[in-house]
Write a protein that binds this ligand. Structure first.
Ligand SMILES: Cc1cc2nc3c(=O)[nH]c(=O)nc-3n(C[C@H](O)[C@H](O)[C@H](O)COP(=O)(O)OP(=O)(O)OC[C@H]3O[C@@H](n4cnc5c(N)ncnc54)[C@H](O)[C@@H]3O)c2cc1C
Length: 456
């Protein structure tokens, strides 16, 4: 009897260009295992939108594995305990997986490594986090030099095809996906997500294919929320349904502004590089004094936070973004920057409250990318952005031609003309809220709080 080998899956849910599958398949029969492990004390429990995505991604992977003559074994609990129990059941000792950068996954990797023969491969990023170093051998803190150094190591190795899998003589039992209750039921708020997304390796490949026809015009369209200018690959990349190397090689020869797009993939690697250095980045301001900024708290601040979450701030571009997020689990990057700045500066609410809302509602919620971008918006991060750079939503909205976007997501305003829709003023229809804070008032309050912080 040949001893089977585990492939331990987390957010690397694909068969092609998946080095753990390839290495395991080369050695013997493979048992692919997904362990639902996000209840531990140091784990960040996945948000509701991520759980929705995960359900469908696992269903898709299970179907792909069945077609390849294999199966997906689902178990729930602490990774090391589950894998050790499965080892006792099956006789397997060897585990292959991909390196993950989140602090809880790094803990789990250490724990599994103590009990079983674990081999970790790289495959989630263009380059292994922690491996892109300055001339002095230290990790980069700033994006631009990081990207310059990363590019010197590009292109990534050509993607690997899906391996041929051999089944073990006996399969261990699997949980039923439905029993994990990852999908919302009462109420079922996922209709907008079902309409927008096809989780899984097949859905990712389709998105990538259609995007390769648009990538040449990426630079001119990427900041316009009313256009389909970006790839919308982020949730697929987050769940590992497509590898960044596959994306790189698919677009590299498309011409036009492909370099701008590859630079965004570089931001994804940069975020992982920051988390690798500062595992607590999602919980604490890198510039520690920002945790002492006199952030607003109490009932009024809570009411403002709720208005922001519900898309009822009276700022059409902010409200459109927050409603797009609620309906589809995704928001355009330009609008993410605007709503984040608005929460932190105009409402003077701690960036971590916004980070937490995004974590729960984004289908692409990613510990590194979310934290790096929120700390960038707050000016509290490791990069050079400053708190006092305050985005003006009413200027951003016409500048990036957001009228059509606002009409789509804030239907109360749909009848307003292009000149008024960004700031309805006296034309504000009944049912649409007045501004919760005037721009100049919010701006002055934020600058005063910052000055107080600096004065000590
Ligand atoms: C406040 C805030 C929070 C964010 N939270 C997340 C998050 O939790 N998860 C997430 O994937 N992205 C996050 N982003 C980054 C960015 O908004 C999304 O990656 C992007 O909008 C996804 O759309 P796309 O796939 O069409 O991107 P494209 O423009 O097509 O870019 C391609 C890929 O590059 C990566 N990328 C693009 N922009 C960034 C960026 N600024 N930082 C890091 N990686 C980037 C993504 O993986 C993206 O899929 C956040 C941005 C802000 C301002």
């Amino acid at each position: 009897m040949t001893t089977p080998i585990f492939v331990w899956l987390r957010r690397d849910l694909r068969l092609a260009d998946q080095p753990a599958f390839r290495a395991a398949a080369a050695k013997g029969p493979v048992i692919p295992v997904y362990v639902l492990d996000d209840e531990g004390a140091k784990h960040r429990r996945m948000g509701a939108a991520s759980r929705w995505w995960l359900h469908h991604s696992l269903a898709s992977l299970a179907a792909d594995l069945e077609r390849a003559g294999s199966r997906l074994i689902l178990r729930r609990g602490r990774s090391e305990e589950v894998l050790a129990a499965l080892a006792a059941e099956t006789g397997a000792r060897e585990v292959h997986g991909l390196h993950h950068v989140e602090p809880w996954w790094r803990n789990a990797e250490r724990a599994v490594g103590k009990l079983l023969d674990l081999t970790l491969h790289h495959g989630l990023y263009l380059a292994p986090p922690g491996s892109v170093l300055t001339g002095g051998g230290t990790p980069f803190k700033i994006y631009t030099p990081f990207w310059r150094a990363l590019q010197e190591r590009m292109p990534p190795a050509p993607p690997l095809p899906a391996p041929k899998l051999t089944a073990p003589e006996n399969w261990p039992a699997s949980d039923k996906l439905e029993d994990w209750q990852l999908l919302p039921t009462k109420p079922d708020w996922a209709g907008g997500m079902r309409a927008e997304w096809t989780p899984g390796e097949g859905g990712a490949a389709e998105r990538l294919e259609t995007f390769t026809r648009r990538v040449a015009r990426y630079a001119e369209r990427r900041n316009l929320p009313a256009m389909l200018g970006t790839s919308r690959l982020s949730p697929h990349l987050h769940f590992g349904e497509v590898s960044p190397a596959q994306v790189w090689h698919a677009v590299a020869n498309a011409g036009g502004s492909v370099a701008t797009f590859l630079g965004e993939l570089g931001w994804r690697d940069y975020a992982a590089n920051v988390i690798h250095q500062f595992p607590n980045y999602g919980a604490r301001s890198y510039k520690e004094e920002y945790d002492r900024l006199p952030w607003r708290t109490g009932p009024e601040a809570e009411a403002d936070l709720a208005a922001w979450q519900q898309g009822r701030t009276g700022y059409p571009i902010v409200d459109a973004g927050m409603r797009e997020l609620w309906a589809t689990g995704w928001m355009h990057n330009r609008v993410r920057m605007i709503v984040a700045s608005f929460l932190i500066k105009h409402l003077l609410i701690d960036w971590r409250r916004g980070e937490a809302w995004f974590w729960d509602t984004l289908v692409d919620a990613d510990y590194g990318q979310n934290a790096v971008n929120w700390q960038w918006s707050a000016g509290s991060g490791v990069d050079a952005n400053m708190f006092v750079r305050i985005m003006a939503p009413l200027t951003q909205s016409p500048k990036f031609d957001a009228a059509g976007y606002i009409r789509q997501w804030v239907p109360e305003l749909a009848k307003l003309g292009d000149a008024e829709i960004h700031d309805p003023g006296l034309l504000r229809p009944r049912g649409y809220p007045a501004k919760i804070v005037e721009h100049t008032v919010g701006r002055a309050r934020a600058l005063a709080a910052h000055a107080a912080l600096k004065a000590g």
